[in-house]
Ligand binder design. Structure first.
Ligand code: HEC
Length: 146
């Protein structure tokens, strides 16, 4: 037990090598704005960070079926509603809450002359978040009209 010549050896070299960090790349960035993931992106283990908001994701599909008839399939507006790529809708001007509110309560005509926007029914919170995520990702991808 008390053998003075037998000091405890330092951590063996092979132990130290195992601490080479497995570079864990966590995909946190994109997820912040869009936690709404349902049904179809449930591939096991697949980190689907942008499948909700990216082109072709759930948000895109919901946008097409609920918003595009007035705001345009390309977000650039129609004769029934304004373009969401207008600088008016950039996040600091019309934050995500204004999108939630427009969907849930409708919006009075005040920026344009298209008339009022009626509330859009039938969307749950996750779907609304997915739509907002999609609009924001398209605003970023396409840039704003001046
Ligand atoms: C029937 C046509 C129509 C549909 C469908 C529609 N909108 Fe609108 N929306 C409008 C019009 C018109 C305005 C402009 C109101 C104004 O003058 O500012 C508007 C304005 C908005 C605004 C701005 C609200 C504000 O506070 O100024 C947001 C955000 C918006 N729409 C989001 C959406 C989203 C998201 C969808 C789909 C879920 C959608 N809209 C579907 C017609 C529509």
């Amino acid at each position: 037990m008390n053998d003075p010549d037998h000091t405890v050896p330092p951590t063996p070299f092979w132990r130290r090598h195992t601490t080479i960090a497995a570079a864990v790349t966590v995909l946190t960035a994109v997820i912040a704005a869009s936690c709404g993931s349902s049904a179809d992106d449930a591939a096991p283990g697949a980190p689907s960070a942008s499948s909700v908001s990216g082109p072709g994701g759930e948000g895109a599909a919901l946008y097409q079926s609920n918003c595009a008839s007035c705001h345009g399939a390309d977000l650039r507006g129609t004769d029934k509603g304004p373009s969401h790529l207008s600088i008016v809708y950039e996040p600091n001007h019309h934050g995500d809450d204004s999108f939630r509110s427009a969907i849930l309560n409708g919006a009075r005509q005040h920026h344009w002359n298209f008339g009022d926007m009626a509330a859009i029914s039938g969307l749950d919170d996750d779907e609304i978040e997915a739509i907002i995520g999609y609009v924001r990702s398209e605003q970023e991808r396409q840039g704003f009209e001046q």
